[in-house]
Ligand binder design. Structure first.
Ligand code: PRP
Ligand code: MN
Ligand code: MG
Length: 181
């Protein structure tokens, strides 16, 4: 197999920058949920890497669950209507829930998910994302924990894919033009 880093045009966030930020977020979350019984929900598949590192950087007890969703709608524009491919195993009634994402782009996926979770009777629902793009930053989606606000560029790595590849990069960057051809 060829070396995946060779396909990057530029590195936006290094392994060290990502890990430092994840440690900061973990400490904040530990402090905010002190004494509570937190349920952390990762959104498959992009959030796998953030979940793995964030949860290991935390010192409190947590429980973990996963949700897989797919956006309906034709073409590249998401309709904001989401279909559940794998639902939670956990009953949210009375629970403090933290949804973890790799990136929020339009914010449509998470707006739908947050409303869906809130209809299940939880004590609270908050969101943590490693990356956020400008459209989501401008929207009224309330995201409590944001790692980095990034420009509107297509990025891969650390869970983020291009045609299902590049998720296993330990850094985040943009792809070189030859990759698209
Ligand atoms: C990506 C990303 C977020 C979502 C953000 O997932 O991981 O889940 O899109 O987009 P939005 O804010 O515009 O709704 P994708 O649907 O590519 O699935 P994946 O995580 O399996 O790659
Ligand atoms: Mn995703
Ligand atoms: Mg994807």
């Amino acid at each position: 197999a060829s070396v995946i880093k060779n396909d990057l045009e530029k590195v936006l966030l290094t392994k060290e920058e990502i890990q430092d930020k994840i440690k900061e977020l973990a400490a904040q979350i530990d402090a905010d949920y002190k004494g509570k019984d937190l349920l952390v929900v990762g959104v498959l598949k992009g959030a796998v890497m953030v979940m793995a590192d964030l949860l290991r950087a935390m010192e409190s007890h947590i429980t973990m669950d996963w949700m897989a969703v797919s956006s309906y709608g034709s073409g590249t524009q998401s309709s904001g209507v989401v279909r559940i491919l794998k639902d939670l195993d956990t009953d949210l009634m009375g629970r403090d829930v933290l949804i973890v994402e790799d990136i929020i782009d339009s914010g449509l996926t998470l707006s739908w998910m947050k409303a869906n979770f809130e209809s299940r009777g939880p004590a609270s629902v908050e969101i943590c994302t490693l990356l956020r793009k400008p459209d989501a930053a401008k929207s009224d989606l309330d995201v409590k924990y944001v790692g980095f606000d990034i420009p509107n560029e297509f990025v891969v790595g650390f869970g983020l894919d291009f045609a299902e590849k590049y998720r296993n990069l330990d850094c985040i960057g943009t792809l070189a033009p030859h990759v698209y051809q």
